[in-house]
Design a protein around this ligand. Structure first.
Ligand SMILES: *Cc1c(COP(=O)(O)O)cnc(C)c1O
Ligand SMILES: [Zn+2]
Length: 414
């Protein structure tokens, strides 16, 4: 592909051509980054050409995406999700400008559709018969959804404890669902073995180098929606670290192309019960070495419940290069933020979906956000995906007999 120079390892910096490797670095098993030929891309892709493009989906950025045959893209609308300016909330939080990127508004109701779309098109370009992946729930339900839309068979590995709604999505979209008696990490390892044994296309996060390219479209959109005027900080939840490294990749692409003049700081937020990326970032602050330290994850935020982050090095690099930070919040803060966000903005997020927001609230409360800042926070998945968690903070409705007298009694009690 003319627009792509090749792939580069995040760990040992070795470069490869696109045809040389499919997944990770053969030398050190590090994750690979797609390297674009910006000079070439610039010739036909500018802020002006974009502004006259009327494809409002991730495919408006196809000159910056690792796909070549646009006839193979699914027809479901992926991306170009709303970026809301939430003035009532920012006033209350003491922030001058706050925007929320609502990525629950994707076909399968999470940001993962951005990644799944790229993986699906690449699988189809390679004429793969079957696509497979392991997932805490959302990556799988997204893959199942997009695969259903084009008739591609999908085999998805999920941990037994995945929320019911995500299992329902997986089953209904017709994927072959293999439920693993174990954690996400165990499902991931099994999926790796299976895809090697059967030669299936593997979309696993932090193994397939192209999911990050899909996720970067979220920051491409944010920049365009902000008319290329950058925020000071960008908050997002972190599990495997593929979203945050994707957001950073998108920002760097736009910077290289000259679409934006400065780069925001990335704030990666994790549950303190699944904080491998934040701990690894803390440990690598003073030096160049990045060691990813695994944890035993127990957070309720299932989508970011990860023992060993599969894209941890790229995630820590994104935080460091952007001069950002990693922070943790408690599960209580996450659940409380579901309610806060819902009641202040009308946006309903799942636990991992609002974790970035929970981090922003925490920094605001501790006075670490200046009133002058312009901030964007990504809401990564819909609250309807995990009703059990939402019900923990939703409260109970008032139950009455169906007559006016009963209502008057309730009313008189406030
Ligand atoms: C996958 C996911 C995340 C975390 O993304 P990583 O790439 O694993 O860091 C956050 N929120 C939701 C809703 C997700 O599905
Ligand atoms: Zn390497």
């Amino acid at each position: 592909m003319e627009k792509i120079k090749g792939l580069r390892c995040y760990c040992c910096s070795q470069e490869y051509s696109l045809t040389e490797v499919n997944y990770i670095c053969p030398k050190c098993s590090g994750n690979l980054e797609v390297i674009y030929d910006y000079e070439n891309i610039k010739k036909n892709f500018t802020r002006e050409t974009l502004s006259s493009c009327n494809d409002y989906s991730i495919w408006r950025y196809s000159p910056l995406l690792p796909v070549s045959n646009l006839k193979l893209i699914p027809s479901l609308q992926i991306g170009w999700t709303p970026l809301y300016k939430v003035d009532r909330m920012s006033a209350e939080m003491g922030i001058s400008e706050l925007y929320l990127k609502d990525d629950s508004r994707n076909p399968s109701a999470s940001l993962k559709d951005r990644a799944g779309a790229i993986a699906l098109v690449r699988a189809r370009e390679e004429e793969t018969k079957i696509i497979t992946g392991a997932s805490t729930g959302n990556a799988g339900s997204s893959m199942a959804c997009l695969s259903a839309s084009v008739g591609m068979p999908a085999v998805i590995f999920v941990p037994e404890k995945a929320p019911k709604a995500k299992i329902a999505q997986l089953m209904l979209f017709g994927a072959k669902v293999i439920m693993v008696k174990g954690t996400y990490d165990e499902a991931f390892d099994l999926c790796m073995e299976v895809s090697k044994e059967y030669g299936w296309y593997n979309r696993n996060t932090g193994y397939n180098p192209f999911t990050r390219e899909g996720k970067k479209t979220c920051s491409l959109e944010i920049c365009e929606q902000l008319k290329w005027k950058m925020p000071d900080r960008l908050f997002v939840s972190v599990g495997d670290g593929n979203i945050i490294s994707g957001l950073w990749k998108g920002l760097k692409d736009l910077y290289e192309l000259g679409f934006i003049e400065n780069l925001p700081r990335l704030i990666g937020v994790q549950s303190e019960l699944s904080a491998s990326v934040v701990r690894s970032w803390e440990n690598s602050k003073e030096n160049d070495r990045i060691d990813i330290i695994p944890v035993r994850s127990t957070t309720v935020a299932d989508s970011i419940s990860v023992d060993l982050p599969r894209d941890g090095v790229a995630a820590v690099k994104a935080i460091k290069e952007s001069k950002g930070m990693g922070i943790t919040v408690s599960d209580e803060e996450i659940l409380d933020t579901i309610k806060y966000l819902a009641q202040k903005t009308g946006i309903f997020g799942e636990p991992a979906g609002v974790t970035g927001m929970a981090g922003l609230r925490k920094l605001c409360l501790s006075g670490e956000i200046s009133g002058e800042e312009k901030i964007v926070c990504v809401i990564t998945g819909s609250g309807l995906k995990d009703i059990d968690s939402a019900m923990k903070v939703a409260g109970k409705p008032i139950l009455i007999e169906p007559n006016l007298k009963a209502f008057r009694e309730v009313k008189s009690n406030g």
